[in-house]
Ligand binder design. Structure first.
Ligand SMILES: Cc1cc2nc3c(=O)[nH]c(=O)nc-3n(C[C@H](O)[C@H](O)[C@H](O)COP(=O)(O)OP(=O)(O)OC[C@H]3O[C@@H](n4cnc5c(N)ncnc54)[C@H](O)[C@@H]3O)c2cc1C
Length: 474
């Protein structure tokens, strides 16, 4: 299915690489101590599957609560090899979607979740200081710019709700002039600013978490893919080279969990693309983008962009790939069209940056639930817990999620396990129905965005699909 429109021509992108620019940079700076693959049979109090943020924060929280616990973490590749080392690095609050969250969970419970996520943004700086972690953290907020009247602005109900609860300052409405003073895109017609966002170098955060949990005695086995899980007491997690007999198991293997029957209908696997420019610090000053405030627009497939510490721009969005049945391999990971779409966003938002060179392109899988919210469940066996479905917003919610998963694994009944996301996911249709359904939705989103960019009306079919999807995902 193709999307009408000629694109913002002249933008060239490199071949989509297998590894993100972030992870290359982080590993080159510090490969960390070796974590050899699992061999033989080992016993553990808790076995964690997946060395992304969800698994690493869980390991961290377990050692925080019970320092003597025997924790083994199994990672198929290297820690940070999944979405956690490939993302935009927006450590963000969920205030922009607080209206939807409260419609789903009720006002009190919804606000508890949004507040937990919002608070986690501020906690990251203290965590980095405590552990001497350099993750290129900049807590300067984000401008969600409305790039034209065709882009739907923030949900007025969300703004009113925050106001009612004394949280009005979490989202500040800006007019075009104020938005352009944050970063001078000629596209902005209005904007929303929230101070509750930090940018990080995501792979460095993943690698620093790995360092800290290793220092705390967690046994991290890289190159150790779980190939089988046998339920029982203990449960047994098998890899090609060994097995872990564990009293408790935490499944935190992100989009790859789609291959497991328990989660086959829990989420669709989307693939998001990012590109990074050459260093252009002076050019960024010249377009009035000072400091490290993050930027995003309000389109359906929103563009999100931020600076790196060496003066580049990393940008993603504009479109998305979709893996059939959750199969994360092959062409869905290497679309030049989607990488170019991400790059075109920079030139569209800042025409003065036309001609900048893009030096690296990559992609990463995301476990996308129907609501866009994660879910935390304990499987019927009673000692296998899962935290999945972070849906493109996992940086902050995996930090909160680590507390939830640690509490579930330790059998502690605290405020974390009473958060409303501790519940089964809304099921999506099974394949082969799901792929065409989500693909049509993506086509409609992208087509609507392209029409808006060109000052045209949305084609009626695309508009109808978008409106159906808005109701379906609520
Ligand atoms: C391009 C892109 C941009 C994004 N931008 C943002 C953003 O700016 N802000 C934000 O909040 N979120 C963003 N996200 C989403 C965010 O990256 C994820 O929500 C988050 O990283 C999920 O963490 P995770 O630990 O659940 O999964 P992952 O990081 O994917 O970790 C899962 C790990 O499990 C391993 N694994 C898989 N199968 C097995 C197995 N069988 N055995 C052992 N290990 C296994 C994988 O190798 C992987 O390392 C983005 C995602 C992408 C792809």
């Amino acid at each position: 299915m193709s999307v009408a429109g000629e694109g913002w021509d002249g933008v060239q992108v490199p071949v989509v690489g297998a590894r993100s620019w972030w992870l290359d940079e982080a590993l080159a700076a510090d490969p960390g101590e070796p974590c050899p693959p699992l061999t033989g049979t080992v016993d553990a109090d808790v076995c964690i599957v997946g060395g992304g943020f969800a698994g690493l924060w869980t390991a961290y929280e377990l050692t925080e609560r019970e320092p003597g616990l025997a924790v083994v973490l199994l990672e198929a590749g290297v820690c940070g090899a999944g979405g956690s080392g490939a993302n935009g690095g927006f450590f963000s609050s969920s205030w922009m979607s607080v209206g939807d969250i409260c419609r789903r969970f009720g006002e009190q419970a919804g606000l508890r979740w949004a507040t937990a996520v919002g608070d986690a943004v501020g906690e990251l700086g203290a965590w980095c200081e405590r552990h001497g972690a350099d993750v290129e953290l900049h807590h300067e907020g984000i401008l969600y710019g409305q790039a034209g009247e065709w882009q739907v602005g923030p949900d007025p109900a969300a703004l009113a709700l925050l106001e009612r609860h004394g949280l009005g300052e979490r989202l500040r409405a800006l007019d075009a002039g104020e938005a352009r003073r944050v970063a001078d895109s000629p596209r902005w017609t209005a904007g929303i600013f929230t101070p509750d966002l930090a940018t990080v170098q995501p792979a460095k955060l993943a690698r620093e978490l790995r360092r800290v949990v290793l220092e705390r005695g967690v046994r991290v086995c890289e190159g150790s893919r779980m190939v089988a899980l046998r339920h029982g007491r203990p449960a047994v997690v098998e890899t090609a080279g060994g097995s872990v007999r564990a009293a408790q198991v935490v499944l935190a293997h992100g989009a790859w969990a789609a291959g497991q029957p328990d989660f086959a209908r829990a989420f669709a696997v989307g693939v998001d693309y990012m590109v990074v420019t050459e260093p252009i610090p002076e050019l960024l000053e010249s377009v009035g983008w000072h400091g490290h405030v993050g930027l995003a627009d309000h389109r359906q497939m929103l563009y999100y962009l931020r600076k790196t510490d060496d003066g580049r721009v990393a940008i993603g969005g504009g479109g998305m790939g979709l893996a059939f049945g959750g199969g994360i391999a092959g062409r869905v990971l290497s679309s030049q069209r989607l990488a170019r779409l991400a790059a075109e966003g920079l030139v569209w938002l800042f025409p003065a940056l036309a001609g900048v060179r893009f030096e690296h392109a990559w992609s990463g899988p995301m476990d996308m639930t129907r609501s866009g919210l994660p879910f935390f469940v304990t499987l019927p066996a009673g000692n296998v817990h899962a935290g999945l479905g972070f849906s493109g917003h996992g940086l902050t919610s995996t930090k909160v999620g680590g507390r939830i998963l640690a509490a579930l694994a330790l059998g502690v009944d605290d405020e974390h396990v009473r958060l409303p996301v501790v519940r089964p996911p809304d099921l999506l249709p099974p394949e082969p129905l799901r792929w065409p359904m989500v693909r049509i939705a993506e086509w409609a989103y992208e087509t609507s965005d392209r029409a808006g960019e060109r000052g045209r009306r949305r084609p009626p079919l695309a508009a109808a699909v978008v409106s159906i999807m808005e109701r379906y995902t609520r």
